[in-house]
Design a protein around this ligand. Sequence first.
Ligand code: BT5
Length: 268
Amino acid sequence: MDLLSLEQRLADLPLGGLRYFDRIDSTNLEAARWVDEEAVDLALVVADEQTAGRGRKGRKWITPSGAALAFSLVIRETALISRESNLQRGGLVRLTALGALAVCLTLKEEYGLPARIKWPNDVLVGGEKLAGVLVETHWYGERLAAAILGVGVNVSPQSVPKNGATSFPATCVESALGAPVQRMAILRAVLGRILSWRRRLFDPAFILTWEENLTWRGEWVQITGENEKSTAQFQLGKIIGLDQQGHLVLCDPNGETFSVKRGGVRQV
Ligand code: BT5
């Protein structure tokens, strides 16, 4: 992977600029620095290797060289997410889902893999994590200046952290497929889907498609976050689907419905 071949490969996409690094701390951090230098909407940062890749809540994301995809897209059309009506409709959650859905649909449609989204931000194949999404916001005072949509995809087996290095089993595209794949082809396909679904972020079809691709629907899971009353740590529920804010909707063992805004799920 290098800047020239990336530029050629992505030439037909309406990107707001491209920065490529053989090695960087984190593409999300670089995108934030670029926002400070006035990055425009759809500016893209790609790295071959990350030395301080970021997961949610201060967790780490591992990206060794030559094996994975790590990129961040600057979203400056923040009206998209910060307009009051859109914030109430879960603008930022939808942006996280946009990344996960684009990876999930690419794996299904281009590679025939049975990919699923583990709410809210992971992409699984065969119950193992193959990609993660991290959306971070950049504020000037009280004004949302940009959102940064960061996506990491494990492509070849060297990208998969060793046993015990992750809290959840991990895999990669090539192991799931049993064949070599081109990182830039995946990047092109994921970006294409991000761009086309971004226009439909608040359409009913977006939540529906996201819901269709959720893993563990109809199954019992444990919540690893909070519900609307902040009391759902480890609460047991059967996944029903999503509401219009992109919150996960479940029913508890008494048949009562509840929703979860933040956190994650794990199988029981
Ligand atoms: C995520 O967080 O899954 C978000 C990952 C986002 C990474 C992209 S890469 C481009 C951009 N730049 C960045 O710096 N970040 C974004 P979370 O759900 O919190 O999962 C993190 C957990 O996943 C870690 O604590 C590990 O257990 C596990 N993990 C770390 N690296 C992994 C990998 N390569 N494959 C599978 N699991 C991994």
